[in-house]
Design a protein around this ligand. Structure first.
Ligand code: SF4
Ligand code: SF4
Length: 754
């Protein structure tokens, strides 16, 4: 395994119970067996000044790779970091002495194997040049509503140039419609006005901000740091550049024509909250049917919201909007009576004071219940509308008369064309059901025309994977809403405001700040050739040995971040700035021609082969655990911190993602004599915790290849198991491993052993 050019230094820590639980001299002997190891030392606590000084001294004496066998690599990452040599961290603490019996032969064997695997990696890993890109210090902001305006202002204040693109003739978005807003300052009781003109003037007078009104994006090509953008402004094409993009394209109201049971479309006096806003802004509320001022106004909350048949989510602001509109209506006409029918009133934080203010108003009645229908009077009739409510606190059902009904409809993100998404979903259902005739033809045609769209045609990305941001079920684009807010599945493009999640104005402004900070980080990291979350600061990029590429397109199809375009023949065209270094392409490539300096087919295979597998007579099985570094590995380490014990026969190799596991490693492990293989990845699904979107799911689909491999080798399918693990599962993980170990024991040792 020796590489003549390598000069490896191995440092072993004896602190944190390691020295007391393990035979350190025996470990030193293991290290010295490797010819490339020029330095091998142990220290009572390596992370202290003296230990670190010893490491630095050896690095300066020409060491090419450093192996630090101590605690988890997630601790002291900066203490042991080096710019000049490759650093491999071998975990002897959480994965060995804190999770296994001290002074035990099997614990010692585990530690020795971990050291061997670490040395194998140190010998095979290469330090390649990072892909630094000359990054343009400009942020493109798409959308000139409250989020977009705040993003432009904040980016400029942080010293970045801004190109702000708005499709309408004026900035402001919905703020141009809203004349009053619910309170955002103490005592949180009174309606406030909106000073939009001042905000627009600030942007117009800022020399860092270039505003394009009545503008659309024709195309965006390139990658983070180097986006090339063509705009269309008043019929002319304008070229510009940006290092990162903030998309703040806002929201549109839920389509109320789908709420016929609530009277919309059947009576002109049933209107939406947006229409009520416009009516109120005139200073005189009147019934659309006859122009008379209403004496009774009914507000129906959650009109189509929190409803699986319409919008399954809460739009966050509709309750406060109705409270505002009821108070406003009372201010315009103190005689008017208002009724608010609600499932729950949601007024977070200080807005509770605003809610109390509305409760104190004798002209505002709030009734909890389910509005099942709104009965409209015949056309031309002066009869009032009847709001039928069930499950109220007053009785099983009541009917309330009203002259005007306002539906508190929710927000639909403009990032996603809900209609297109719904139609596509329906079309797929038609095909799946096997329907025939014109319906089938129409469904097929729609998918052919629009099937590439998961979002809308807003950004017009010239990406192989489609022109817009992919979205989740409800049309909100996000890359990982638990860990990486604002990030989307297109690197360098950040979502802000109501296109990311329903929000109030204050929330949109805060959101814009978050998205701008991400955009700035993106520009700066791209210039250093480093990536963003979750492999923050990773400077490796996938290298493709194109001469062996068969143009099978697996990598370009499976890359979750749209990093890879392709030429006409299907050869991948990498865009390193878009790459998040997940390694899914490496896992996908059947030709095994994709590699990273420190993560490649050879590196991981060498680690697998470095394990000393006992022969069949020793009756010591060996189980390989390929653990995703995002949740599974931290969960294993957390089990160690909690001093939970599990089988000492497991050998853990961290992988970038379960999607970054190439099936060849399974074959290698079985050929090496491993008795079982456990693949631990993040949870998949739309509420995903998979940090690389689809990696975990892809491993599920690739499992058929694994099954075939096992059949080929005449081995039992149960020898390979895939499990999805959340970080919080650390307490059940030891039992899961032990149960797998027991199952393998029952099946018997791998016949390929030895
Ligand atoms: S490492 Fe991940 S993001 Fe980068 S090209 Fe491969 S699959 Fe795409
Ligand atoms: S998966 Fe491998 S062989 Fe297939 S197109 Fe990508 S690089 Fe080429």
């Amino acid at each position: 395994m020796a590489d003549e050019k390598k000069n490896v230094a191995v440092f072993l820590c004896r602190g944190c119970d390691i020295g007391a639980a393990l035979d350190i001299e025996a470990l030193e002997k293991v290290a010295r067996e490797e010819r490339s190891v020029s330095v091998c030392r142990s220290h009572p606590f390596l992370c202290g000044d003296e230990g670190v000084a010893q490491i630095k001294e050896s690095v300066q004496s020409g060491v090419t790779s450093l192996v630090v066998a101590a605690c988890s690599g997630r601790f002291h990452s900066q203490t042991f970091a080096s710019d000049s040599c490759f650093v491999e961290r071998v975990n002897l603490r959480e994965l060995v002495v804190w999770s296994h019996e001290p002074g035990n032969e099997d614990t010692q064997m585990l530690a020795e194997d971990n050291l061997r695997m670490g040395m194998a990696r140190a010998l095979k890993a290469e330090m390649r040049e990072p892909a630094k890109l000359a990054a343009e210090p400009t942020i493109l902001v798409v959308g000139g509503g409250p989020s977009g305006m705040a993003a432009a202002r904040d980016a400029s204040r942080a010293g970045f140039r801004v190109v702000l693109v708005e499709k309408e003739a004026d900035l402001g978005g919905w703020l141009r419609t809203f004349k009053r807003q619910f309170p955002k300052s103490a005592p949180y009781r009174d309606l406030e006005s909106i000073d939009l003109d001042r905000q627009i003037r600030e942007l117009e007078n800022d020399p860092n901000i270039q505003i394009y009104r009545s503008a659309a994006i024709n195309s965006i090509s390139g990658q983070p740091g180097q986006f090339e953008i063509e705009l269309e402004v008043n019929g002319s094409a304008i070229q510009t550049k940006a290092g990162a993009i903030v998309q703040a394209t806002g929201w549109k109201p839920y389509d109320a024509s789908r709420l016929g049971h609530l009277g919309y479309g059947r009576s002109p006096d049933v209107i939406t909250n947006v229409e009520m806003e416009r009516l109120s802004a005139t200073g005189k509320i009147h019934r659309p049917s006859d122009g008379r001022p209403p004496k009774r106004i009914a507000f129906i909350q959650c009109a189509g919201s929190r409803d699986q048949a319409h919008l399954p989510y809460c739009s966050a602001v509709c309750c406060r909007a109705s409270l505002k509109q009821a108070l406003w209506a009372r201010e315009l006409d103190p005689e008017v009576e208002t009724y608010i029918f609600y499932k729950d009133i949601r007024t977070p934080a200080q807005s509770e004071d605003f809610y109390r203010r509305a409760q104190e108003d004798p002209g505002i009645s709030m009734l909890k219940g389910d509005v099942v229908s709104v009965a409209a009077a015949d056309a031309g009739s002066r009869e009032p509308l009847r709001v039928n409510v069930e499950n109220t606190l007053l009785g099983p059902s009541i009917a309330v008369e009203a002259d005007l009904v306002v539906l508190a409809t929710g927000m639909v993100p403009v990032a996603a064309d809900g209609e297109v998404i719904r139609n596509l979903r329906d079309a797929k259902a038609i095909i799946n059901k096997g329907e025939q005739g014109p319906q089938l033809d129409a469904a097929r045609q729609l998918i052919a025309d629009r099937g590439h769209l998961e979002g809308t045609d807003l950004l017009h990305l010239t990406y192989r994977q489609g022109p817009d941001l992919p979205v989740l079920n409800n049309g909100f684009p996000d890359s990982h809403f638990i860990c990486f807010p604002y990030e989307t599945r297109r690197t360098g493009i950040y979502a802000a405001g109501c296109m990311r999640a329903p929000n109030d104005i204050e929330g949109c402004i805060a959101d814009a700040q978050g998205a701008v900070l991400k955009a700035i980080q993106c520009i700066e990291l791209t210039a250093r050739g480093a990536t963003l979350h979750p492999r923050w600061e990773d400077r490796t990029v996938p290298d493709f040995q194109m001469q062996r590429c068969t143009q099978c397109k697996r990598c370009t199809e499976e890359c979750p971040f749209g990093s890879l375009d392709e030429d006409q023949k299907g050869t991948p065209l990498p865009n390193p700035g878009r790459c998040r270094r997940c390694g899914i392409c490496l896992g996908a490539c059947p030709e095994r021609i994709i590699s990273f300096g420190d993560y490649s087919i050879d590196v991981i295979s060498s680690m697998i082969k470095a394990v000393k597998v006992p022969d069949e007579f020793e009756e010591k099985p060996r189980l390989l655990v390929l653990a995703c570094e995002n949740d599974a590995l931290p969960a294993l380490e957390a089990a160690g911190v909690a001093r939970l014990r599990y089988s000492p026969f497991v050998r853990v190799i961290p992988v970038r993602c379960l999607g970054a596991v190439n099936v060849i490693w399974i074959a290698d492990a079985l050929a090496r004599g491993f008795d079982g293989i456990l693949l631990l990845g993040c949870k998949s699904g739309d509420d995903y915790q998979c940090h690389f979107i689809r990696g975990s799911e892809l491993m599920g689909t690739r499992s058929e290849n694994i099954r075939q491999k096992l059949v080929q080798l005449a081995l039992e399918e149960e020898r390979v198991r895939i499990e999805q693990i959340a970080l919080s599962d650390y307490q059940r993980l030891p039992a899961l491993i032990d149960e797998f170990a027991a199952q393998i024991e029952e099946i018997g040792l791998n016949p390929f052993k030895g």
